[in-house]
Design a protein around this ligand. Structure first.
Ligand code: SF4
Length: 318
């Protein structure tokens, strides 16, 4: 059956495809997941730059709990290629629908904002663009090139879609030579049919492996959410899979349910369990591990990049 997705207007629902699902009440968060409401002057300054440049951020679109802390430090994760996604993942708050055509001025606008914000490390992500022949890979590459020109000292991390069934797209994105190539596996393979129904676990894993094969000097990074019903053994297996694909850096955080129509939180994983998983991940050979309830792919990405670089240098010195 062909599903025709119409362009989204401001009045439309963010997730029309989820409206037939039963409501799942959102559970009260435990103490360790509560954060201060955003409101500092640094937060306001970042917000002003984002608005003036007409940029979209995953911080806002995904309803990230860390926005107050990150924006206070001028750390925003730019989401390119619009704010409407062609996938309908069970965990994600980014709006679903038919996206607008690509804006050719976007790479330059993003680059200018990076320069204005004086960012040392920038994370660029995107919606999935299954409607484009290359899945948006060229737009990623153009954005990386524009940032290199406008802010040559900044290190760049790209957090990409899976480019599923897009011939040569992965190679185009990898050839952009970002400092970090990040693609999140998100969850264990058993849960893909409900959490990432449009994705394929082994295709995502292969993308990470390909990035390392083509450019071994580029750091690779991937993330997992916990609390969706995965078992500990399944998480450990995913870690092994990532290591087999040469992934350098793993992030592990708690899944939070964005609305009553999204996948339910099966459990809130306590901070001690994240710490134990971090120790195991290091033992499995990851160069860097970030694992805590509030860890997100791009949380503390700048500081983590410095630590990642130092970890590789220390290893090379042995
Ligand atoms: S953790 Fe990432 S997505 Fe969340 S506010 Fe910080 S930069 Fe934005």
């Amino acid at each position: 059956m062909t599903v025709v997705i119409e362009p989204r207007t401001a009045r439309q629902l963010r997730h029309p495809e989820k409206q037939g699902r039963p409501d799942t009440p959102i559970q009260r968060k435990p103490q360790w997941l509560r954060v201060r409401a955003p409101g500092s002057s640094g937060y306001a300054a970042t917000r002003a730059i984002v608005r003036e440049a007409g940029l979209v951020t995953v911080c806002e679109e995904a309803g990230c709990p860390n926005i107050g802390e990150c924006w206070e430090k001028s750390h925003a994760t730019m989401m390119i290629m619009g704010e409407v996604c062609t996938r309908a993942c069970g965990f994600c708050n980014v709006a679903t629908g038919k996206p607008a055509p690509l804006d050719p001025t976007e790479p330059a606008r993003v680059a200018e904002a990076v320069a204005r914000m004086g960012l040392k490390h920038v994370v660029i992500t995107s919606v999935d663009r299954d409607d484009l022949a290359d899945g948006g890979a060229r737009h990623f590459a153009q954005t990386v090139a524009a940032i290199r020109a406008a802010a040559p000292a900044a290190t760049i991390e790209i957090l990409t879609p899976d480019f599923l069934r897009k011939k040569n797209a992965a190679e185009i994105a990898i050839a952009a030579r970002a400092d970090v190539f990040n693609h999140n596996l998100e969850t264990v393979p058993r849960l893909y049919h409900s959490i990432r129904p449009g994705a394929r676990y082994y295709a995502s894993l292969r993308l990470l492996e390909r990035a390392k094969e083509v450019n071994p000097a580029q750091f690779t990074k991937s993330g997992l959410m916990l609390g969706l019903g995965e078992s500990r053994d399944e998480v450990l297996q995913v870690m092994d899979d990532m290591r087999c694909a040469g992934v350098d850096f793993i992030t592990v955080g708690q899944y939070l349910q964005p609305s009553r129509k999204h996948a339910a939180v099966e459990r809130f994983v306590p901070p001690e369990e994240f710490k134990a998983l971090a120790a195991i991940a290091y033992a499995k050979g990851f160069l860097m591990v970030a694992a805590s309830p509030l860890t997100r792919s791009s949380h503390h990405a700048g500081e983590d990049f410095e630590r990642l670089r130092a970890a590789r240098a220390a290893l090379d010195a042995v």
